[in-house]
Design a protein around this ligand. Sequence first.
Ligand SMILES: NC(=O)c1ccc[n+]([C@@H]2O[C@H](COP(=O)([O-])OP(=O)(O)OC[C@H]3O[C@@H](n4cnc5c(N)ncnc54)[C@H](OP(=O)(O)O)[C@@H]3O)[C@@H](O)[C@H]2O)c1
Length: 350
Amino acid sequence: MTPAAAKPTSAEAATSAPAATPPATAPPPAANPTTVGPAPGPRLLEGGPIAATIRASVAEDVADFKRRFGFTPTLAVVLVGRDAPSAVYLQQILRTCARVGIEGRLVEIPGRVSAAALRRQIGHLNADPLVSGIIVQMPLPKRIPLSTVIDTIDPAKDVDGIHPFNAGLMTLGYEGFLPATAQAAVEILKRSGIPLEGRRAVVVGRSNVVGKPAAILLMREHATVTVCHSRTADLARHTREAEILVVAAGHPGLVTGAMLSPGVVVVDVGINVVPAGKGAPADNGAQADAAGGTRLVGDVDFASARDVVAAITPVPGGVGPVTNALLLTHLLRAARQQQRRSPAPLRRIG
Ligand SMILES: NC(=O)c1ccc[n+]([C@@H]2O[C@H](COP(=O)([O-])OP(=O)(O)OC[C@H]3O[C@@H](n4cnc5c(N)ncnc54)[C@H](OP(=O)(O)O)[C@@H]3O)[C@@H](O)[C@H]2O)c1
């Protein structure tokens, strides 16, 4: 397979649209002097409006695709075992699919599955012409090596960019399927009008799905990038250098206000479930799950960071919705590319 130089869909064009909002460095609107209330916080880089714009374009592309090819593209969402947070996340993706007219197919596989059987299941999805894209929810049960999925998934259907082929394309600057979360982190900055070129960016986390690709994508935008990880000596020394900080470590409150320089723009990728009483205050958009007594917080301690940063993504409501929306742009591109490889329109049976 060669790198596909596909014409961008309208959704993809939407993802690189110029900033619709003023840069984070712009002064906040003047407060009404007669109003008494809490001190103004930092600019919140909300993912919701960006995701809505992307979804609207995807919906147009889906309608166009159905007219041209006569079937609805399907995203297969594979869940191995019963992991409650994963199940919640997958339900969100399936809902997003439904909103734009994409078929979301949840493929639930028992946690006791063998690696060979999981490989076979993914092979069936690879071979299914109605399935345009496949994502597999992580983490897998400990017994199953990650390579079971990564090595098996067809790169042409690898819409979350986990296959080495797509990782290679990204690293070498070709168009491929990007890991959607890392792409979302950078897309939020671009679409919020945050200048990246020539700026000092620090990424906390070096996983293959988030930290590493985020660093590569920031370099593509001509930022000067430092990557930190669990063996980094004196993390705060690095985070204080950042003009742009992307945090993807999976540790609630890892980065505090004392570790930041004034005016930094922060993308908090972390999603952590903590007891409802702990973590960031509600004004970052964090929601308590009344039933479970838990809440979602990021890796950045919002309470201490809010007075230091110029702008920050809320958790939840920042990176997450944009990730899902971008995933669907990938799905549409995959569907179109697959039609170009086999131009006969497919007919749905049943
Ligand atoms: N918003 C979304 O759509 C979305 C999607 C995916 C993931 N996430 C969230 O993003 C976070 C990261 O996910 P992931 O899959 O990248 O996690 P991961 O695979 O566990 O990687 C975590 C990274 O953080 C580094 N790290 C851990 N503790 C650290 C510390 N004390 N100081 C500095 N670096 C540290 C690790 O370093 P080592 O490499 O040295 O171990 C590793 O590179 C999680 O909270 C996850 O839930 C959000």
